[in-house]
Write a protein that binds this ligand. Sequence first.
Ligand code: PLP
Length: 386
Amino acid sequence: MSIKELDKQYIAGTYNRFPVEIVSGKGSLVYDDEGKEYIDMTSGIGVTSFGIADDEWKAAAIEQINMVQHMSNLYYTQPCAELAKLLCDRSGMKKVFFANSGAEANEGAIKAARKYAAEKKGEDCYTIVTLNNSFHGRTITTLSATGQDRYHELYKPLTEGFCYAEPNDIFELIALISKTKVAAVMIECIQGEGGVVTLDKDYVKELRELTAQKDILLIVDEVQTGNGRTGELYSYMNYGIVPDIVTTAKGLAGGLPIGAVLLGEKVQDVFGVGDHGSTFGGNPVCCAAALSVINRIDSKLLEEVKYKSQYIISELENAEGVEGISGMGLMLGIKTVKPAAEIVKICLENGVLCLTAKDKIRLLPALNIDEEHLKKAVAIIKGACK
Ligand code: PLP
């Protein structure tokens, strides 16, 4: 049986795969089983921050594999402790809980927020407000947090205690808070799966002030926007605010599974022994890889992300067949006249991998994509939009 037939017969049918089998790659280039080359504008949906098989990233992971690949959380390991310090130093948060994915990081944040509110305001203060059109994961609780009905159908009963507000409408939120006991508000500064929709700066600032006044926690889901993606280390840094809890995953370890809940000052000690845990959380190989990723996301790299973003925007915003561009840094959504899926198919045929998000083309290339490949990919995308 071919790989495609094996996959069809034995893998649960949750993914609508393109008819391409990727076998190898280097940087922003990947190759299929027939040797065809593609420029990767997806980075595994924002995961391979420094591209495929990056030498520095590989060396960090392999060095740790040669020492210890896993220990339980009953013992100390160096990469885990050092990564936690680095994340706190760079984000302004105070403590870290390590998980394995974005959904798990959000589960951890929801638990932390509920425990904080239960202890401070009573056990009936558990509601978490999220935004319409948000996406927070696919576990029952994180899909309950997700403000899109289509993810809820057929999975009821959902986890109780979530309600949804309209993005950028501070008055709706004020009204909601006045009639419900709210533990936390959880947002994505740029709704990725929701179609690369950027929250307004004033709204995010007002939301921060409002939640701070009422001792309601502000959780920012940086699973997709984090780790340099938007031209800052975390997207909230573009808004001049400091959240109470930050969750991140995807690009953090550059292609190895990791999730992290960054706990701010108020909640730094909310978790005590036995309150939360994860067998693989803080895995030393994933943490060593993440240390190398975060150490490389310096001001020079972030400037490059912004420069490349500007290049893409300037090339595409007035191009034929393009209606508009949203997003920040190297997380961009392109609204096109033709259906996005049709453009992605043309790009694939012409050797460029792109994503969609709702009705847009979504671009999430590696942060270090080189100019030659970026220019070539943008030219092909431009041609496909016509
Ligand atoms: N939160 C956001 C904003 C996401 O974009 C995603 C995944 O796309 C998740 C959470 C879930 O992450 P994971 O698939 O690692 O569980």
